[in-house]
Write a protein that binds this ligand. Sequence first.
Ligand code: COA
Length: 313
Amino acid sequence: MNVGIKGFGAYAPENVVDNAYFESFLETSDEWISKMTGIKERRWAGEDEDTTDLAYKASVKAIEDAGIEANDIDMIIVATSTGEYPFPTVGNMLQNRLGISKVASMDQLAACSGFMYGLINAKQFVQSGDYKNILVVGVDKLSKITDMTDRSTAILFGDGAGAAVVSEVSEGRGILSYELGSDGSGGEYLYLNPDNGKIFMNGREVFKFAVRIMGEASNRAVEKAGLQSEDVDMFIPHQANIRIMESARERLGIPKEKMSVSVDKFGNTSAASIPLSIAQELENNRIKDDDVLVFVGFGGGLTWGAITLKWGK
Ligand code: COA
């Protein structure tokens, strides 16, 4: 059975926060942020818009795009690190908001690699024949766990959501290969600090890890699909930092124009970053049916995940 993405949608909050905003309370500059990260602006949700609201808005679009009704969804998997509560989960609350009858719903945590983990979990349930249409959401409201007094992290993060309906797709399309991994020995480099509820990051260590793993995992995923880098139509890496993304692109041997870049507009939105980039490329007609896409994420844990997918229903 070929399992892929039958419907897709994303949502970013309206409030745009540019780099200049940080100059008023941190020793930083638009120039430093742009040059060192590639970020120009990010979106922050207000008090009235929490993680489940973002997830809901992306999900409605994905369900519509799939040409199904909410009640046709038979499982919800939400990848997030920023749910309102440990329980009920965002998945539980989203199920209620969507008015879906009593289907399984859960959150799963793999930080910025979450959407990769979610897609691959969903693939297994669909492939087993036990489930037909699984709503996979990558959502984060990082603004609520960002330490605004720490200039090396405050400038990086943003809020957003993306959703995919994972179902059987036509022959030859869908997920061709994947690799998921983790290395708990690097947990100390990026974590949610229980003392203040904010993100702690050792930027330099995370940077080194990211450059290595993004290239390696993408290469392995492409190889597992029996493809070469020339076969890849679009490379969609986790939008953490343009310098990390560029280095992964070079390791994979993909030309510049085939890499999706949305980090300039959204910053690092964790589980939402790959979906927001997919949405941008769909909007710009840069993804067509039968295009070979490579997604690759990395994040806290440390975790990673790469997927090769042939686009289309
Ligand atoms: N404005 C100005 N200077 C800043 C700054 C900011 N916003 N943030 C950090 N700096 C300073 C540091 O304080 C340091 O100053 P010092 O040399 O006087 O000590 C200098 O810039 C270099 O810091 P360093 O952390 O070594 O820089 P870097 O090249 O590693 O870049 C990051 C910093 C955060 C951009 C980079 O480490 C990074 O992107 N890391 C990965 C982050 C990531 O992807 N995280 C998410 C994972 S999902």
